[in-house]
Unconditional design. Structure first.
Length: 30
């Protein structure tokens, strides 16, 4: 419940979204 925990989760979620977007775009191209 600390600010650090929240920031860490936010970073993880951001990375997850970036990789997800890359997969989606890759599927559309091919």
């Amino acid at each position: 419940g600390t600010v650090y925990d929240i920031l860490r989760k936010a970073e993880f979620f951001k990375e997850f979204r970036v990789s997800f977007d890359k997969k989606r775009k890759g599927n559309q191209e091919s």
